[in-house]
Design a protein around this ligand. Structure first.
Ligand code: NAD
Length: 501
């Protein structure tokens, strides 16, 4: 497909200069999609310099100008949407149906949302709070934003990081995951085609410990916005502290899925399968721990197993395929090892728990997997598996369910399944997570925020809330009395000898 050009710096598509070759591989087939040279620190420096230069102009464009450019950007994406879907599907090993119906339209909608939101940045009312001054709020862009993204939803993550930043007048250097840079570069190209000035959006594809760390430590980068694992997020936050950079962290998740005994059992079972297997379970909000009240438990496990049997694994470019591969053989082996560990600790693998037979087994596929009988403190319940694995455990009463739901270090997303209004109300209040769905699990929308509690990080992507990350709030206080002697001066000195009345 591509041979070079996995960097987009100062409006130019080019190769990295590190000398280290790399390939982008379709993990569902092993096909090489692109080969190129990774970025080195000099490329990163060039991208930050371009973003810094572009900031002077972009930060002074009017909201209407930024909005118009972003609407043109969305149109460019729309016009290339099938190409985006095919590339996203191939580099991620994800089914073309998911790329066409979720990744790409969701990303385009996000661009359109921020085109609108750019014109509605708000602050508190301008007013005379002291009686002697007018106080006003200026919301200003922060500067050059250093963004770091993971591989699971490459296009959506790039959009979530870039759009609120540029809508607010910032410029961006984004480092995508080395496994999946293709659609981030295409996104930057589309920005240029839409008339967004060179240097506003830069993509630097390099290794995390090299280019990622250089981005975090760069003196001209004003803020770091990171989406990825909690372990790398901790390191990013620690390094950013050295230069007192603003940090936004979207980290791992281990979402509970709580089914009370008055829930619609069929809706819950279907929701669990879709919520656990979306993107082969490589979704930070995926349903990973189903807690089911004992009267429904057995039937729920049986129905989930039955539905998993019907999930079609296959070529990712076939619209009939439900589930694709994992991102890499390494990720597949890590998932397999966690399931084996659970089995070794006495858990029951009700479905899956293995690499499929036949040709799919040679690529990074892993079967939809249902595990029961795991201990609450075991790794499969506590740690991110990031694969198509659902653990199902029973509970007896509401207190226990909510305690178990909160019993991991994470707090990104959760769902409660019930037809009882009061139970739903209590669950939404007591589950500590950035999103709690009631009788559903997974849907996201551009108007609403996404972000974590606890070890899932802090700050928000999407929605107008994300502007809190990407703007500085400045108080401007203007004297409206014209008096040389202000009443508050008396608290410091009382002499009026030089005041001419
Ligand atoms: P990862 O943490 O390994 O890598 C994320 C990014 O950080 C990559 O671009 C990587 O190159 C870079 N990186 C690695 N080491 C670095 C370093 N020392 N300094 C700076 N950057 C560095 O995560 P991943 O495996 O790519 O993605 C999966 C993880 O992302 C999961 O934990 C998942 O839950 C999380 N995730 C979270 C959200 C969310 O919104 N909370 C969304 C998607 C994925």
């Amino acid at each position: 497909m591509e041979t070079t050009g996995q960097q987009f710096i100062a409006g130019e598509r080019r190769s990295g200069t590190s000398g280290e070759p790399f390939s982008v591989i379709n993990p569902a087939t092993g096909e090489v999609l692109a080969t190129d040279t990774l970025a080195g620190v000099e490329d990163l420096d060039a991208a930050v310099a371009a973003a810094r230069e572009a900031f002077a102009e972009w930060s002074r464009t009017t909201p209407a100008e930024r909005s118009a450019a972003m609407l043109r950007w969305a149109d460019r994406l729309q016009a290339r949407s099938e190409e985006f879907a095919r590339t996203e599907s191939a580099q991620g090993g994800k089914p073309i149906r998911l790329a066409r119906e979720f990744d790409v339209p969701g990303s385009i909608d996000n661009v359109r949302f921020f085109a609108g939101a750019a014109r509605a940045l708000d602050g508190r009312a301008t007013a005379e709070y002291s009686g002697e001054h007018t106080s006003a709020i200026r919301r200003e862009p922060v500067g050059v934003i250093g963004s770091i993204a993971p591989w699971n939803y490459p296009l959506q993550m790039a959009v979530w990081k870039i759009l609120p930043a540029v809508a607010a007048g910032n410029t961006v250097v984004l480092k995508p995951a080395e496994l999946t840079p293709l659609t981030s570069v295409m996104l930057a190209e589309a920005a240029q085609a839409a008339g967004i000035p060179d240097g506003v959006v830069n993509i630097v594809t390099g290794r995390g410990p090299v280019v990622g760390e250089a981005l975090v430590n760069h003196p001209d980068v004003a803020m770091v916005s990171f989406t990825g694992s909690t372990s790398v997020g901790r390191r990013v936050a620690a390094q950013a502290a050295g230069s007192v950079k603003r940090v936004h962290l979207e980290l791992g998740g281990k979402a509970p899925f709580v089914v009370f005994d008055d829930a619609d059992p069929e809706a819950a079972a279907r929701g669990a399968v879709a919520g656990a297997l979306i993107n082969s379970g490589q979704d930070c909000t995926a349903a990973t721990r189903a807690y089911v009240q004992r009267p429904l438990y057995r039937a729920f496990v049986e129905r989930v197993a039955e539905l998993m049997d019907g999930v079609r694994l296959g070529p990712v470019d076939d619209p009939a395929t439900d589930m694709g591969s994992l991102i890499s053989l390494r990720q597949r082996d890590s998932v397999a090892a966690m399931v084996e560990q659970a089995r070794g600790e006495g858990a029951t693998v009700v479905r899956g728990g293995k690499i499929p037979d036949g040709p799919l087994g040679e690529a990074a596929y892993y079967e939809p997997t249902l595990v029961t009988g795991a201990a609450q403190d075991s790794a499969i319940v506590q740690r991110e598996v990031f694969g198509p694995v659902l653990v199902c455990l029973p509970f007896d009463d509401d207190d226990e369910a909510l305690r178990l739901a909160n019993d991991t270090p994470y707090g990104l997303a959760a769902s409660a399944w019930t037809t009882n209004l009061y139970r739903a109300g209590r669950a939404t209040r007591e589950i500590r997570a950035g999103c709690v769905w009631v009788n559903d699990h997974i849907p996201i929308i551009s108007e609403m925020p996404h972000g974590g509690y606890k070890a899932s990080g802090f700050g928000k992507d999407m929605s107008a809330y994300s502007f809190e990350e990407y703007t500085n709030v400045k108080h401007v206080m203007t004297d409206i009395t014209g008096d040389a002697h202000k009443s508050w001066h008396d608290t410091v000195f009382t002499s009026r000898s030089t005041v001419v009345s």
